[in-house]
Design a protein around this ligand. Structure first.
Ligand code: HEM
Length: 398
């Protein structure tokens, strides 16, 4: 795992994952346990003896232990209660059509990003294309007024840069700025919820703030959940679009096919989630009891790392796993996790990535990668290019 974390492994960690799969359970120097076989990872994701709450760790190591954590870091029953309330205003059965209703706005925004690219020459598909969309989508979801969008984006950037900085030495200023941005955004979301109580609109935050049911979220829970949506839905989605653009540029036949067959974006994005997943592994699980896996016992209180990206390329589970093949018919990848913490925003992330990739394929004439591999973000967990320079002959009209 130390080699996985090395910056030099970022462009291609997959041979290292194959080694980790071979050993089944890898006991790491810091006392944690890493697993990469599909069968084991799925079993543990569904095992109630595995916790997401760092309070349960004998030695939490680099995990942040906080009270009033968002539901991604909680176990049942708190997790289930908070997730169920949030789901009421995000998806079926209560809010069917909420996510699909956002598609026209996503298309408009992505068209605008493409329109703003240079008419020919070079562009950075991360900064100029993949990066701005997710935060705008979350602003829309939360009902952040247009006039506060820029401020909100700047806090988000501070938080995201700070998250990246966790993987680096000498970046205390970035971590400090992250904490400041989190606090500021926290206060902002609380005030915004107040405003929504006075003047409700159809946004998710407004509906959460005006929820009068007996189990409604407290103010603190509302703010924590909003921050979670933002953090969980930002860099992950940026990386899916960027990893997707990179993979398409490496497989020009796929780019051509997408151009002529936009519906193919659906299986394409699923294959990207298997083949180049934005979340490589979950370093945050804790064993609540002694758990036997093969010949190894993971002791109660130990930290467990579940290697999603390794499992999604396990040859015992997927035929020819290192081949990029959007037409594979069996693709139960772990790109969005599995079990009770399965990605809450998956339907939204799928639409964002599909629309973005269809738009890129349709608008750039003869695109070529400016650097292969591109430079990567520091984080081995949230893996994706920090910049993706491309050259193209011309920007095509809509
Ligand atoms: C391509 C983009 C995305 C990827 C690859 C991704 C991946 C994941 C994964 C792997 C998990 C499981 C974490 C765990 O088991 O500990 C997760 C959970 C979560 N995701 Fe996503 N995500 C994406 C986009 C989004 C978006 C857009 C949102 C918000 C609108 C979002 C909100 C969440 C939340 C709230 C959780 C926690 C769920 C729970 O604890 O029950 N994600 N995501």
């Amino acid at each position: 795992m130390r080699r996985v974390a090395d910056a030099g492994s970022r462009p291609d960690p997959f041979p290292l994952y194959a080694e980790l799969r071979k050993d089944r359970v890898n006991v790491l120097a810091d006392g944690s346990y890493a697993l990469g076989r599909y069968e084991d990872v799925v079993a543990l994701l569904h095992d109630p003896r595995i916790s997401s709450d760092p309070h349960n760790a004998t030695d939490p190591g680099s995990l942040t232990v906080i009270d009033n954590a968002p539901f991604i870091q909680r176990d049942p029953p708190d997790h289930d209660r908070l997730r169920a309330i949030a789901t009421r205003y995000f998806g079926p059965p209560d809010s069917a059509g909420m996510v699909s209703g956002m598609e026209p706005e996503i298309r408009r925004f992505v068209d605008g990003l493409a329109d703003a690219l240079p008419s020919s020459g070079q562009a950075d598909l991360v900064d100029q294309f993949a990066y701005p969309l997710p935060v705008s989508v979350i602003c829309g979801l939360l009902g952040v007024p247009e006039r506060d969008g820029a401020q909100f984006r700047s806090w988000t950037e501070g938080i995201v840069k700070g998250l990246d900085a966790d993987a680096q030495e000498g970046t205390e200023d970035l971590v400090k700025r992250r904490n400041e941005c989190e606090l500021a955004m926290f206060g902002y979301v609380r005030d915004l919820a107040d405003q929504h109580r006075q003047r409700p609109d159809g946004s998710m935050l407004s509906r959460l703030a005006n929820d009068e049911s007996a189990d409604a979220m407290t103010e603190l829970e509302l703010a924590t959940t909003s921050l979670l949506l933002l953090v969980a839905g930002h860099e992950t989605t940026v990386n899916l679009t960027a990893n997707g653009a990179l993979t398409l540029l490496r497989h020009p036949w796929a780019l051509d096919r997408l151009r002529g067959e936009p519906d193919w974006a659906i299986p394409l994005v699923e294959e990207l989630l298997r083949y180049e997943p934005p979340v490589q592994y979950l370093p945050n699980r804790i064993a609540l009891a002694d758990i036997g896996v093969g010949a190894t016992t993971i002791p109660k209180g130990a930290r467990v790392t579940l290697l999603l990206a390794a499992a999604s390329r396990d040859p015992e589970r997927f035929a020819d796993p290192d081949r990029f093949d959007p037409d594979r018919d069996d693709n139960e990848h772990l790109g969005f996790g599995s079990g009770i913490h399965y990605c809450f925003g998956a339907p939204l992330a799928r639409i964002e990535a599909q629309v973005s990739l269809i738009t890129l394929a349709g608008r750039l004439a003869n695109p070529r990668l400016g650097a292969d591999p591109p430079p990567y973000r520091p984080s081995p967990v949230l893996r994706g290019p920090v910049h993706l320079p491309v050259t193209y002959d011309r920007l095509l009209p809509r």
